[in-house]
Design a protein around this ligand. Structure first.
Ligand SMILES: [Zn+2]
Length: 155
């Protein structure tokens, strides 16, 4: 993995011993309970940058930088988690842009055009507005995080 984002992902894997399991057609995600990133092999153009994305989640989770679902109020939790998603996606975009310098035919990743136009804020806006849905279940991010919070705060 090349570039600053690739090096950081590698450092995360080595520092936190985050494991990788492959899926096919289920999407990619990171589970902190298992310290495991699930990487969808069908995204063959973006395998390495997907590892960069999920490693970013692993890093913030291990460093305690994600909001605590129990201690946070609902809105700050959703905002904080959308910010975490935005952070991971920006790293994936930057990583992909690095590869595209050597492989101009490599397709863009999600929100790459928005990033070119509006930078990091455009990515956060796209995620927080619910315009972008999760690749694993098709649910917009704020809705998903809201549901997760509700599950943990039921009477
Ligand atoms: Zn993510």
């Amino acid at each position: 993995m090349c570039g600053r984002e690739g090096e950081e992902a590698l450092d995360t894997l080595l520092t936190y011993r985050t494991k990788i399991q492959y899926t096919e057609g289920l999407g990619s995600w990171y589970t902190h309970d298992e310290n495991m990133m699930y990487i969808d092999l069908t995204h063959k153009w973006h395998l390495l940058t997907t590892v960069v994305h999920e490693a970013a989640h692993a890093r913030t989770a291990h460093e305690g930088l994600r909001p605590d679902i129990i201690k946070s109020d609902r809105k700050p939790y959703i905002e904080g988690m959308c910010k975490d998603e935005s952070n991971a996606q920006v790293k994936q975009i930057l990583s992909n842009m690095g590869y595209q310098r050597y492989a101009p035919n490599l397709p863009d990743v999600i929100l790459q055009r928005e990033y070119a136009r509006g930078g990091e804020q455009a990515i956060l806006d796209s995620i927080y507005s619910g315009r972008i849905v999760r690749c694993t279940d098709g649910i917009p991010y704020p809705q998903y995080y809201g549901r997760m919070w509700d599950v943990h705060h039921r009477g």
